[in-house]
Design a protein around this ligand. Structure first.
Ligand code: BG6
Length: 456
């Protein structure tokens, strides 16, 4: 069924994973520029060298037929030390925005996609401090003022769960496990406040724009139908998703989550007046990142949660195994297209906001054969996931668009360049930069046809 609203067909990247030019154009030092990357794995200094290839990249986007480009601003390109404006950085993004608009591609930036100025970590500990809220809101203001005349659709924070849990992204190293947990919940609280204050500012500076968080959508299944596993799955849903989105939309945490954090001594410090900021300033949309569903079971005393990501470190739930999903080397949780539909339905029923798929894609170590990349496995993944979006739209839910991860190969969040997601191959390896030449993959041409003949 053809929707009457414009449906955006997009592709996504993020600044630190694609740009490179880590010390060019007045850019300051980001947490991701100085993190410890193991020998033999690509770092973010050159990445996909989009800094030098941006014009060619946007031309490839136009030839693909994209109507949306989802990317992010690098805070340290716009404000090197997190405080002073770098006009060269503003000019860099102006070129990108104007080039997109020239081709009729809607630029859709996220303000905060994982990296941040190292200076703010050294100065006061980054998000651990309330000072970071003011600096973030100031950065948001600069972005709204510089680009808000042409950009009307914005993301605030990308995957808050990962942003606060991954120490090499938020710079919160060298603390004990217990202090690390307290810090993580405090940082998350500060980020939520910062997001709300940025939205408040947005209403005055870009009154005709739309803005919202980008979540790592959690489609949580219980490993068995035992009441313990089912309850564990509910707890996991609170810890892995609801605590972020409930804050973004309603300005409060789920109740059982709140009580658990209080019992552990992990509940963040709040100040008088926060509540007012949090419960107002609602977003207009929700960005959905989805790669696969998650399987959860009740925690046993013998389970060691220290091996799991920080939001799993509690007594309530642990990671289970979904025997029904096909798994691959890089998609170790499996492949679950139906989960995309199920998850978005739940998000809509809880928040009643329009959504846009901001990330969805398949990781694979693609190889070039006779100058071609025949990534049929990726086409299969995209086709099945897009079919679930079509079903969602046909059901009448408000889905604004679909943007695949990623437009071109880029540095994975922590697994280098061998793990590729792009529609466009970037000719470099983890250890050999070569020329970073662009080669559209078979999936690029498939997506081009899909967009051309889409019925939504
Ligand atoms: C999302 C992030 O978590 O997943 C991206 O927003 C990331 O930045 C993507 O690259 C895929 O994860 P990974 O770890 O394979 O790069």
């Amino acid at each position: 069924m053809k929707s009457t609203e414009k449906f955006y067909w997009g592709a996504s990247t993020s600044a630190f994973q694609v740009e490179g030019g880590f010390d060019l154009g007045g850019k300051g030092v980001a947490t991701t520029d100085v993190r410890n990357v193991p020998e033999g794995i690509a770092d973010n200094r050159v990445a996909s060298d989009h800094f030098h290839h941006w014009k060619e990249d946007i031309r490839l986007m136009a030839e693909l037929g994209l109507s949306l480009y989802r990317f992010s601003f690098n805070w340290t390109r716009i404000m090197g030390d997190g405080k002073r404006v770098n006009l060269e950085g503003i000019a860099f993004y102006n070129q990108i925005i104007d080039e997109c608009l020239k081709y009729g591609i809607t630029p859709f930036p996220t303000l905060y996609h994982f990296e941040m100025p190292q200076h703010l970590i050294d100065d006061y500990g980054g998000w651990k401090s309330r000072e970071c809220i003011n600096d973030f809101v100031n950065y948001a203001r600069i972005c709204f003022e510089a680009f808000g005349d042409r950009i009307k659709m914005w993301g605030t924070i990308n995957e808050q769960m990962i942003a606060v849990a991954a120490k090499d992204l938020n710079g919160n190293h060298n603390v004990s496990e217990e202090q690390g947990m307290k810090d993580m919940y405090q940082m998350s609280y500060h980020m939520s406040l910062a997001e709300k204050m940025a939205i408040r500012l947005f209403r005055t500076l870009v009154p005709d724009g739309k803005i919202g968080p980008v979540c790592s959508m959690q489609v949580v299944y219980a490993e068995t139908s035992s009441p313990e596993d089912v309850q564990a799955a509910k707890d996991a849903q609170d810890f892995l998703q609801n605590c972020f989105l409930d804050m973004s939309v309603f300005g409060r945490y789920p109740k059982s989550y709140t009580r658990y954090l209080e019992e552990q001594g992990w509940f963040p410090k709040v100040e008088v007046g926060d509540d007012e900021v949090l419960t107002t300033n609602r977003p207009d949309l929700i960005g959905i990142n989805y790669y696969c569903s998650t399987c959860i079971r009740a925690k046993k005393t013998s389970d060691d949660s220290l091996k799991l990501p920080p939001f799993y470190r509690n007594e309530l739930f642990t990671l289970g195994n979904n025997q029904y999903l096909e798994k691959t080397k890089w998609m170790e949780f499996g492949i679950d297209p139906k989960g995309l539909y199920t998850g978005m339905r739940d998000v809509y029923e809880r928040y009643h906001l329009p959504m846009i798929v901001t990330e969805n894609g398949l990781a694979y170590s693609d190889v070039v054969e006779d100058g071609r990349i025949n990534d049929d496995y990726r086409i299969d993944y995209l086709e099945k996931h897009i079919a679930q979006c079509e079903r969602f739209v046909a059901d009448g839910y408000p889905l604004l668009g679909y943007s695949t991860w990623s437009f071109l190969d880029l540095v994975s969040s922590h697994q280098g360049f061998i793990k590729r997601y792009g529609l466009v191959y970037v000719d470099r390896t983890d250890t050999d930069l070569k020329e970073c030449a662009r080669i559209p993959k078979k999936s690029y041409y498939w997506y081009q046809e899909k967009i051309k003949h889409s019925n939504i």
